[in-house]
Write a protein that binds this ligand. Sequence first.
Ligand code: LLP
Length: 418
Amino acid sequence: MGFSYPGFTYRNDRLHVEGLALEDIAARHGTPCYVYSREAIESAYREYERALAGRPALIAYSVKANSNLAVLNVMSRLGAGFDIVSGGELSRVLAAGGDPRKVVFSGVGKTEDEIAAALEAGILSINLESPEELERVDGVAGRLGKVAPIAFRVNPDVDARTHPYISTGLKKNKFGVAYADAERLYRDAAHRPHVRTVGVGCHIGSQLTGAGPFVAAAERMLALVQRLDKAGIALEHIDLGGGVGIRYKDETLEPVAAFLDGALGMLAGRKETLIVDPGRSLVGNAGVLLCRVEYVKHGEAKNFLVVDAAMNDLIRPALYNAWHEILPARKDSGPGAVYDVVGPVCETGDFLGHERRLAASAGDLLAVMSAGAYAMTMSSNYNSRPRAPEVLVDGSEMHLVRERETVAELFAKERVLL
Ligand code: LLP
C-alpha cells in the first residue's frame, strides 16, 4: 500500500509537507499545531472539478470540515461555493472573500437572525428542513421585503452504511423532510409570496466508502425532480450533499469520479445545476495535527506515549472511535514498541491512537494524519487548553493562519463576583 497523503512525503527520513519539514514548522510555531497543505487541498478540489466537467455544477465546500479563513479563501479562489450551517459560518465565508451567490445554507435549527443574515447577504439557497421552517423563512423574507430562494432538504431514507453518528439520511434521523411529504411542501411553497423555489437537496451521511448509497439517493432525488417537473415546479439545482470518504487506515475507496458517475449519468441532458457539498474529501487528508511526546510511560498493562495534543484538539477518536494514522516526523530505526498514544486530558477517552507500534522517545514529534477535517473545527478548550495554531504551507512557505490561543483569552470574558 503506497503512502497516500498527497502533499506529505518523507524526504531524508523527515516527514515533509510540500517543501517543508514538519520539524521546522514545530521549531517555529511550537506544538500542538495543525498543519495544512495548500497543494493537497487544491488537488482534491481539482479532482471534483474534473469529475464534474461538462455539466453545470457547483462544488459547495462544506465549511464545517475546516473553517479557517485561509482555507476558505483558497477554496474561494478555486471558484468554490460553500455549504454552511450557521450564521457564524456565513460570516466566515464573507470575511474570507467567498461569493454569497454560491452559498447554500443547511441545518435543522436556523434562527430568525440567521435567516435574515442569509437573505441580506443574497445567498443561493436556504435548504429548508421542515414545514415550520418554510413558514419562518416566508415570514422573515416578508418583513425584509425580500423573496427567499429556497430548496427542501429531503430525506431519501437511504442507509449510508457509515458510523451511526454521521449517518443522516434515514427516517429516524433528525435531518430533512420526509420523502413522501416533499411534493406537498413544494406545492405549499409555490403559493407563498416571499419564497422562490430554486432547488432540492439531500445529504445521506459522511465518510461513505462506496458510491452505492450515494447513487441510490441520487435516483430517489431525480424521481422527485421529475414529478415536480410534471407538476409545473421547475428547479434550478439538485444538491446531492457531501459524504465522499477518505482513507484513514486501509479503507478501499472509490475515487470521486466513480462516486459522481452514477448521478452524472442519470442527470445527463437535464439542465439543473448539480451541486455537491464535500467537506472531508477536500481537506481531510490535507492536514495533520503535529504533536510532541512529553513522556514515555510504562504502565502496568500498557505502554503510553503521552503527547501534548489531546481530545480537545482532535475529538474524533474519542467520539467515533475513529482511527487516525500516527507517523513520526523523523523516521526512527529499530522495532520500537506498542503504545497507546494519549493526551494529558483527564479522561480515559482521551486518546489519539490505541496500540500503535512506534519507536519514539520523549521530545520526538509525531504527526496525527488526516486531521484537516473535523479536527480544529470540533476542538474545545476542555481542561483550559488553548486552541492550537494553524499553519498553511504553500510550497516552501509556511503561513501562520491562526495564532495559538493564550490562556488569558480563555477567561477574558469571565467575571468574578464583586
Ligand atoms: N452537506 C451537508 C448537508 C452535511 O451535513 C455535511 C456534513 C456535509 C455536506 C459534508 O460532509 P463530508 O463531505 O465532510 O462527509 N464530525 C463528523 C462528520 C460530520 C458531518 C456532518 N455533515 C466526523 O468527524 O466524521
